[in-house]
Design a protein around this ligand. Structure first.
Ligand code: TYD
Ligand code: MG
Length: 415
């Protein structure tokens, strides 16, 4: 006793060795494909051994289904895959797996909620990929508190992270997100884990969107698209026109925008409806679009174009359960509003894209060439675009505009 304590005395891992950055071994960071294409796209290749991923989403959205399919697919390519089911029984999982064609010999399943047992199982089966479904139902008995509390969720996640790093296992934690945010979920885990995936969608639509909101091993902007079918989740690799399927031509208030989600161009129909006059407290509703942006566009329409919708109810939506956040949708939203207001449709083969500034100017947007190419591929022959737009693809005519007012005059009978 007496002397200064060393790291070894305190039971701490041995010290690291500083080394030149370019000599650091990168092999440990190589991703391994899960075999579910859209999932691998979002992950930038696949799961990284030793990493921990949280898959968050509302109950019933399809998290267990997606991961069961990923377990099945990765076991087919030689992973030792372990599912720790802490919500459903092993028999329930088997039933679902059979339906999904994921009931492979390489997928091990154990029904377990106690963390120490889970850690033992991972070690005993020498798993490469472990899914814990869900982190909110796992608990460390020594802590005494109930499963799902912040203390439990954080402690269990931290211990699983330590295990993942130590053993080089890829771990995926399912985390339920509730609208009320009453459960301790993905938010509590964000800074503990390497990757946070969010699984979204409207339960009334079959479409499911997968995004990375945090990712230490790659970009966070990729979007994965699935459809929930009788046979589980089916990837949608060509999603360009997915949102146009039910479009009715010739309806006022409908304008298509070539949006970009991640690196994927998506053509999305924007719909607007303007109803009533001189309503004292008119409604403003934006579905799949930003409400603040709608207010801004209404103000620009009033002050820069002289089109006042102040006394009318105004509804706008991005069709198909998709959420568009980029300002590049401004021009299409403004055109849809004006088209609805004057009750005159814009041409069916017209797409519109551009950001709108407070002065009513139409500003340039990123990736315009890619957006226009996709619109052309899906049959659009005309596009309203900012002045600086590149040359259009063959067969497409551009209406270049400097202001929103010019755009309106170009496509609608405005006085
Ligand atoms: P689930 O993966 O259990 O959701 P989570 O784990 O996020 O709570 O999926 C639940 C829903 O998905 C369920 O309501 C039924 C539907 N579903 C299908 O439509 N097809 C299928 O093949 C499967 C397995 C589920
Ligand atoms: Mg589930």
């Amino acid at each position: 006793m007496g002397g200064a304590e060393t790291g070894a005395d305190r039971g701490v891992a041995p010290p690291g060795v500083p080394m030149p950055l370019h000599e650091v071994d990168m092999a440990g960071g190589a991703a391994r494909a899960s075999g579910v294409g859209e999932l691998d796209r979002v992950l930038g290749g696949g799961f990284v051994p030793g990493s921990v991923t949280v898959l968050g989403g509302e109950p019933g959205i399809g998290k267990s289904t997606l991961l069961l399919q990923a377990l099945g697919a990765s076991s087919a390519s030689g992973w030792r895959a372990l599912l720790v089911t802490a919500e459903e029984s092993a028999a329930q999982v088997r039933q679902r797996a059979t339906r999904l064609g994921a009931d492979r010999a390489g997928v091990l399943v154990v029904s377990e909620t106690a963390l120490p047992h889970i850690l033992d199982h991972v070690e005993a089966v020498a798993a490469d990929l472990v899914v814990v479904d869900s982190i909110q139902t796992v608990h460390e008995p020594a802590l005494g508190s109930a499963p799902g509390t912040v203390v439990q969720v954080r402690e269990c996640a931290q211990r699983l992270v330590a295990m993942a790093k130590e053993r080089g296992v890829a771990v995926v934690l399912v985390g339920h997100v509730t609208k009320e945010g009453s459960l301790a979920g993905p938010r509590v885990l964000e800074h503990v884990v390497d990757t946070v995936l969010s699984f979204e969608g409207d339960r009334h639509h079959a479409l499911r969107l997968l995004r990375a909101t945090k990712h230490r091993f790659g970009p966070t902007h990729e979007l994965g698209l699935f459809e929930m079918t009788e046979a589980g989740l089916v990837g949608v690799p060509d999603a360009g026109g997915l949102f146009l399927a039910d479009r009715h031509p010739g309806v006022p208030g409908s304008v298509v925008v070539p949006a970009i989600e991640g690196t994927r161009p998506l053509l999305v129909e924007i719909q607007a409806l303007v109803a009533g006059k001189d309503i004292p407290q008119p409604r403003r509703s934006a579905q799949g679009l930003d409400g603040g942006r709608l207010a801004l566009l209404l103000a620009v329409l009033e002050r820069r174009v002289g089109l006042s919708l102040g006394g009318s109810d105004v509804y706008v939506s991005a069709v198909g359960g998709v959420r568009l956040t980029e300002p590049a949708t401004d021009l299409a939203v403004a055109l849809a509003l004006a088209s609805a207001a004057v009750d005159h449709p814009v041409p069916d083969d017209l797409a519109a894209v551009g950001e709108i500034g407070l002065a009513g100017e139409v500003r340039q947007v990123a990736h315009l060439g890619r957006r226009l190419a996709e619109a052309r591929r899906l049959g659009f022959g005309r596009a309203v675009v900012p002045m600086s737009a590149p040359e259009p693809p063959a067969g497409m005519e551009l209406l270049r505009v400097a202001t929103l007012a010019e755009a309106l005059v170009g496509v609608l009978p405005m006085s």
